[in-house]
Design a protein around this ligand. Structure first.
Ligand code: BEZ
Length: 396
């Protein structure tokens, strides 16, 4: 064997190029090198609670495997991305070039994830997205090394358009933060609502992450529309739902939304959220063995209830477990790794999910109603919903 230990070490964090020189997996030095996971999540700001579930779910999945992927120990390096898109490329680059991580995991915010997508594409680093729904990540910017275990912004929003029309609403106001997730969500609602015969009469955008909604609520009252559709999440969702109720609008214009509006927020929203209808790919009370097991384990590990963001993170961990298991921890076996990940079917707490050719989950979307402080499933708004993956050339 002519390859030296120094040579192997030199290439141990540089991807697959060195491997061909010896036919050795790059972790062959006694099989002890750890797989380093670079985590970017918001641990502060309006999405802080989502970031906490995002790391907890990942760690829970890994803990169930003795903190190993394909037989190799895992080391996690975390970074607070603060939901700041302007710093995302630099942060992702720091994890890859500074901390020598083998893969990127993150994040919550659609703008931040697009910075991660850019860097992942340029450096050919595996990226697993546990929340951010930016269409382009599994659309125009899709790539073999990019996977998402959550949703596209289109997926939970589109089915609500038909639900709202079928409830008899004919005119709608939409309101959201002015950034990718918000605009993609309200656009998807509008697409379905207007295709059914409804009309969106007003579209309100507020800067992210502002929570001063009073002037807009007065505007909404004046439109006298049949329904209001919104995208808000985290701390902003808590504030919006409470303000909407305080303004007395619950009595005059029904409020609906993508399920983030009432996800992980109900304790803080209290009475103000009762009766809200939302569409999402999860509900706490889903009566499935995988959900019961996940929720019990999460509660035991962290002393609090899991929500959707924990589920998506857990599934991201399980996707990595499957992929790295298939290649026995060989980070250089990229084609085999991505192919195994793409073929994975997960017994998710949300119900079974598979992955589209663009590497986005194919999943049911539930219609939920808040009853006594819980998102209760009252129907299926979409069966095996697949994102249109507009612009994705993979698998075409
Ligand atoms: C997003 O930015 O993609 C996002 C953030 C919170 C909840 C859902 C989507």
């Amino acid at each position: 064997m002519s390859i030296s230990r120094r040579t192997i070490l030199k290439y141990s964090s540089l991807g697959g190029a060195a491997v061909a020189t010896a036919g050795l997996p790059r972790f062959a030095i006694g099989g002890t090198a750890k797989i380093k996971v670079g985590v970017m999540l918001p641990f502060t700001g309006t999405y802080a609670a989502l970031g906490e579930q995002g790391i907890n779910g990942l760690k829970l999945a890994l803990a169930g495997q003795g903190n190993k992927l394909g037989g190799r120990e895992v080391e996690i390096v975390t970074l607070d991305d603060e939901s700041d898109p302007s710093r995302a490329p630099a942060n992702a680059t720091k994890l890859i070039k500074g901390d020598n991580v083998d893969l990127l995991y993150g994040t919550v915010h659609s703008g931040v994830v697009m910075g991660m997508v850019k860097v992942a594409r340029e450096t050919e680093t595996l990226l697993v997205i546990p929340n951010a729904g930016a269409a382009a990540a599994t659309g125009a910017m899709c790539a073999p090394n990019i996977f998402r275990t959550s949703f596209s912004n289109w997926q939970p929003a589109f089915p609500m358009g038909k639900v709202a029309y079928d409830k008899g609403y004919r005119t709608a106001v939409t309101m959201t933060w002015k950034y990718g997730a918000g605009t993609e969500s309200v656009d998807a609602f509008k697409e379905a609502f207007e295709a059914a015969g409804g009309k969106v009469v007003k579209e309100i955008l507020v800067p992210f992450p502002d929570v001063e909604f009073q002037a807009n609520l007065a505007d909404i009252a004046n439109t006298k529309a049949d329904v209001v559709y919104v995208f808000f999440a985290g701390g902003g969702a808590v504030k919006f739902v409470k303000d909407y109720a305080s303004a007395g609008l619950r009595k005059t214009i029904p409020l609906v939304g993508a399920g983030f509006l009432t996800e992980g927020t109900l304790a803080a929203q209290g009475e103000a959220a009762e009766g809200l209808l939302t569409t999402l790919h999860y509900a706490d009370g889903l009566d499935l063995p995988a959900n019961r097991k996940f929720r019990a384990e999460y509660k035991k590990a962290y002393g609090k209830e899991a929500d959707l963001y924990g589920v998506q993170a857990y599934d991201a961990g399980m996707l990595l477990v499957t992929g790295f298991g298939a290649v026995k921890g060989d980070t250089a076996a990229k084609a085999d790794l991505y192919s195994a990940m793409g073929r994975t079917v997960l017994d998710s707490p949300r119900g079974a999910i598979s992955f589209s050719a663009a590497h986005n989950p194919v999943q049911d979307i539930y219609l939920r109603e808040v009853r006594k402080g819980e998102n209760v499933v009252v129907g299926i708004a979409g069966k095996a919903v697949t994102d249109p993956a507009r612009g994705c050339k993979m698998g075409a």
